[in-house]
Ligand binder design. Structure first.
Ligand code: CP
Length: 311
């Protein structure tokens, strides 16, 4: 199976992934005994956009389960000689890999690759479209902290327009019964936005305050604000966070612009779950890799059982 967007997951698969991620989270915190359920599996990562968290956590997740990981060096590849995306996909697929993890600036690319390839394709972030494993790790982090997602008030604030995190995380939160409040500067909201006017209103009484990075690389024009002005007008300051629920937590998918969308001291405070999100990222991706390769592994197991019977 492919994982291109959160809506690809049935309710059963979603519950399975969140429960499995919780188990892998605990597994990763203990002195690890080997788990080689992905032994013999070849995972290829192809990141056409930069990444620290997603790329490394997929790599670590795959290796922690015994898989072999190959990273396609996009900048040194034949893509730079003009090879088309379709030919690139067919070339990778001909190597009989077992999963492709792809990040691309074009939101449609993961789905195109999935059409052209036999190997399962996992979207590791596609333009301003979707980032399903980030959505999964965000809800898994919230569920682990609060023991539930339903009825929590979650404020997602900042650059909503350009954020694939906002769309994937929001979709899962709403699906699981949370109240999601989006807020940000009007230039960074979707055109049809009709939510709260300001960050303060969204943060008030929120159980979770998730700040989003200002994506300057996707902005056609600068916001024009003086340094520090974004933080005081739209960012998470101590004064603003004091309006949230008494046991509220702070989240950010990273990478952060400290002093722009979030006060650095708040990001480092004990109310912050930002490093827990990163830790959960490995656990969620272990669960995802296990799920997307399960069909192929089952066929391989069946074939080797038949071969043993014949021999
Ligand atoms: N949250 C996230 O996708 O981070 P990276 O860009 O570092 O992978």
């Amino acid at each position: 199976m492919d994982l291109l967007k959160t809506s690809d997951l049935s309710d059963e698969q979603l519950t399975y992934l969140l429960d499995a991620a919780d188990r892998w989270f605990r597994f990763n915190r203990t002195v690890r005994t080997a788990d080689d359920r992905l032994k013999g599996i070849n995972v290829v990562t192809a990141f056409f956009e930069n990444s620290t968290r997603t790329l490394l956590s997929f790599d670590i997740a795959a290796k922690r389960l015994g898989a072999m990981v190959t990273t396609m060096p996009v900048d040194a590849s034949s893509v730079k000689k003009g090879e088309s995306l379709r030919d690139t996909a067919m070339t990778i697929d001909a190597m009989r890999i077992d999963a492709l993890i792809v990040r691309h600036g074009d939101p449609d690319v993961p789905a195109q690759l999935a059409e052209w390839m036999n190997a399962p394709v996992v979207n590791a972030g596609a333009g301003a479209g979707s980032h399903p494993t980030q959505g999964l790790l965000d809800v898994a982090t919230i569920r682990r902290h609060f023991g539930k997602v339903e009825n929590l008030r979650v404020a997602i604030c900042g650059d909503i327009r350009h954020s694939r995190v906002a769309s994937s995380t929001r979709a899962l939160l709403e699906r699981m019964g949370a109240e999601v409040r989006l807020a940000g500067p009007s230039a960074l909201m979707h055109d049809d936005y009709d939510g709260p006017d300001g960050i303060d209103e969204a943060v008030t009484d929120a159980d979770v305050v998730m700040m989003l990075r200002v994506q300057r690389e996707r902005l056609e024009s600068e916001l024009g604000d003086a340094p520090g002005e974004y933080l005081s007008r739209y960012g998470l300051t101590g004064e603003r966070f004091a309006k949230a629920a008494p046991d509220a937590v702070i989240m950010h998918p990273g990478p952060m612009n400290r002093g722009v969308e979030i006060d650095g001291d708040l990001a480092d405070s004990e109310r912050s779950l930002i490093t827990t999100q990163v830790e959960m990222g490995v656990a969620v991706r272990m669960a995802v890799l296990d799920l997307v390769t399960s069909q192929k592994r089952a066929v391989a197991d069946e074939k080797s059982a038949t071969a043993r019977t014949i021999n």
